[in-house]
Design a binder for this molecule. Structure first.
Ligand code: C2E
Ligand code: MG
Ligand code: MG
Length: 639
């Protein structure tokens, strides 16, 4: 077995040895075809085959002739014997020096199966066969003479030219077949090598792809020597969505290639880099225990973060998570899973951070396992229900709508937040069922509040699935709620992933008469530029901006800018997470249209909304905390 081709990772086995990393062995795939080709390709094989054929043919012809000669000699001996028998029985008929009756000669000729038999007094002086004839007195009476015949040899000679031609044709055919076979084997081999490379390599960067990294990781773990550590590092790039919206697909491809080069350069010799996802890279290190892996990971992150020079300067950062065998895991599955857990933890810490796996991280996944186990049961046992959070008009402070929010109260665990279980429901393929339940239940319950609109959250998976339009249409039809009262909330990520399709999807929803809001605006990509591409109705500014209000010097300015831009695009502006009176006042001054937050009301069951609406009616319109305070604090906005 040869060394594995590390392809564009550019790491030769020698470098691997130098650094003391492990050196993987070659894959099995393709060995058979290569061996076949080698065997067929050897020139000696062709010559030996041809000579062997020729030799075999010559020997066969020689043997054939020998057999024919033998058979002919046997025939002659038999003829002589037959002649001798015939003459000895009738020797008294012969007399010295006298001819015999030619009819008698013909008879003997036939019985001895001879050709041209004659009786002569003297022996022939040519090469004819002859045999003396002894008379009754024991004297030579004369000679029987006949023509020598060799029928088998003659037949053999007649056949030889045809046989020779046949042999030449056979050799030519064999040579052609061999040549053809070699060509076919070479083609198979070449295309197999190509396919293998394509299957192992990431097209864009030339790095080993996900499947190859898995294979190499298996090998690394299998060959890990005592006292060595195998580390699996996963890097995820931050802000690639911004890059693609600013520079397009080609721009982000260029950046990915540049990042791959940076990782290769910063990684120690012998380390294996791969691209395992659109924004994810992996590094595979096997080193002596105690090697400073953390420093290596830090160096790679730092090198990615250095400015990239294209037509303009582009910056991209990365975070990383890693796990090590044997300290954190023994098997590949466990190692990669734990590296992913560390990666998620690093993502939470923010761009540029790195996290080594820690047992504590796995408690999160114990929770996940619990949810995975319990959620399907909860769905079928109707344990999920909806709460509603009022949406308040910034002018006048009245409740104008409600947002439907999923609630799951587990009998033992208590409440489990939607932000926790919805991603798991998505992974488990339960979101269709849950999404349909939420929409129908929300529409059904909203009939109690004919003056309000209801906002329903859609998960990215639901939005990507084209059948959402039909699902919304049939839910509206079945419940009889006017489409204008339904506001669907989608998130930024889903727009960026597939903008063209999303534009069409939103248009299809508009065609039903429903409105579409962009939820959590600013929580992810904060890219104002792409907003104009999508035919949205409402912008829901994420509560992180509200938190910044009053805390940071420019918090208000940012909100003001977003509100101004949203207005310019003809969008209605809602601000989420309003918790204090000061925030409310500042936001109102900033010009937003609607607000939502704990200051006014927490999400609550439908009956609570009934009560609030009743109180609102009785109280002349203003019942929620903060809605009756009109402290105009102009000028404080950017404080
Ligand atoms: P979201 O759509 O942005 O919903 C608003 C979240 O902010 C809710 O959290 C709400 O309880 C919380 N919130 C409202 N006002 C305040 C405030 O003043 N301060 C603070 N700190 N939080 C406030 P919740 O109910 O835990 O929902 C979290 C997320 O889960 C939602 O964010 C939404 O993305 C998702 N979600 C909830 N229900 C559904 C659903 O039925 N379908 C889908 N696909 N996602 C849902
Ligand atoms: Mg929402
Ligand atoms: Mg939100």
């Amino acid at each position: 077995m040869g060394d594995v081709d590390l392809g564009a990772s550019g790491l030769g086995p020698a470098e691997g040895r130098k650094f003391g990393w492990w050196r993987p062995r070659g894959p099995r795939a393709g060995r058979d075809a290569s061996a076949l080709r080698r065997r067929l390709a050897a020139p000696g094989v062709v010559v030996v085959l041809a000579l062997l054929t020729l030799g075999a043919v010559l020997v066969s012809v020689g043997v054939g002739y020998e057999i024919a000669r033998h058979s002919d000699e046997k025939l002659v001996a038999e003829q002589r014997q037959a002649l001798r028998n015939a003459t000895s029985e009738i020797r008294t008929m012969f007399a010295h020096g006298r001819d015999i009756d030619p009819r008698f000669v013909r008879m003997i000729e036939q019985s001895a199966r001879l050709k041209g038999l004659t009786f002569e007094i003297t022996p022939p002086d040519d090469d004819r066969e002859f045999q003396p004839v002894i008379d009754g007195d024991g004297r030579i009476a004369g000679f029987f003479t006949w023509e020598r015949t060799a029928p088998t040899t003659a037949a053999m000679s007649a056949l030889t030219p045809y046989l020779a031609a046949l042999i030449v044709a056979l050799i030519a055919f064999a040579a052609f077949s061999l040549w053809h076979l070699r060509r076919a084997a070479r083609k198979v081999c070449d295309s197999e090598a190509l396919a293998r490379r394509a299957a192992d390599q990431d097209k864009l960067t030339g790095l080993p792809n996900h499947a190859k990294i898995v294979e190499l990781l298996d090998l690394a773990l299998a060959e890990r020597a005592p006292g060595e550590t195998t580390t699996f590092v996963v890097f995820e790039l931050d802000g690639m969505a911004d890059v693609s919206s600013n520079f397009g697909v080609l721009g982000s491809d260029e950046l990915i290639v540049a990042v791959a080069d940076r990782i290769r350069e910063a990684a120690p010799a012998g380390a294996i880099c791969g691209r395992i996802g659109s924004d994810e890279f992996a590094l595979l290190l096997t080193a002596d225990d105690g090697a400073d892996v953390d420093a290596i990971v830090a160096a790679v992150i730092e090198s990615i973060a250095r400015p990239h020079w294209f037509d303009t300067v582009v910056r991209v950062s990365a975070h990383a998570g890693f796990a090590q065998a044997p300290h954190h895991a023994a098997t590949r599955g466990e190692l990669t899973r734990r590296a992913e857990l560390a990666l998620r933890a690093a993502a939470k810490k923010g761009p540029g951070s790195r996290v080594s796996f820690d047992a504590q991280l796995d408690t999160v996944s114990a929770d996940q396992k619990f949810i995975q186990r319990e959620l399907p049961r909860a769905v079928s046992a109707h344990e999920l229900e909806l709460h509603y959070q009022p949406i308040i008009s910034a002018h006048g402070g009245r409740i104008v709508g409600v947002e439907a929010l999923l609630r799951w109260t587990h009998a033992v665990r208590g409440p489990i937040g939607p932000a926790v279980f919805i991603p798991i429901a998505e992974q488990m393929g339960l979101m269709d069922t849950i999404g349909a339940f939420v929409l129908r239940r929300a529409l059904q319950e909203t009939k109690r509040w004919p003056d309000l609109y209801v906002a329903v959250n859609l998960s990215p998976l639901q939005v990507r699935d084209g059948s959402i339009v039909e699902m919304v249409r049939s839910a509206l039809e079945d419940t009889g709620v006017s489409p204008s009262r339904l506001m669907l909330e989608i998130t930024e990520g889903v727009l960026i992933d597939n903008p063209d399709e999303m534009v069409r999807r939103i248009e299809d929803l508009h065609a039903l008469g429903v409105r579409v809001a962009l939820d959590d605006f600013g929580s992810g990509y904060s890219n104002l530029g792409y907003l104009q591409r999508f035919p949205l109705d409402k912008l829901k500014i994420d509560r992180s901006f509200v938190t910044a209000l009053g805390n940071t010097a420019n918090g208000g300015v940012i909100i003001q800018a977003i509100v101004a831009l949203g207005r310019a695009l003809g969008l209605s502006i809602l601000v989420e997470g309003v918790e204090t009176e000061q925030q409310r006042v500042l936001l109102r001054l900033a010009g937003c249209d609607e607000m939502q937050g704990f200051l006014f009301a927490r999400p609550a069951p439908a009956a609570t909304i009934d009560r609030l609406l009743e109180q609102q009616k009785q109280g002349g319109g203003k019942v929620l905390p903060g809605t009756d305070v009109e402290a105009a604090t102009a000028g404080k906005l950017s404080a």
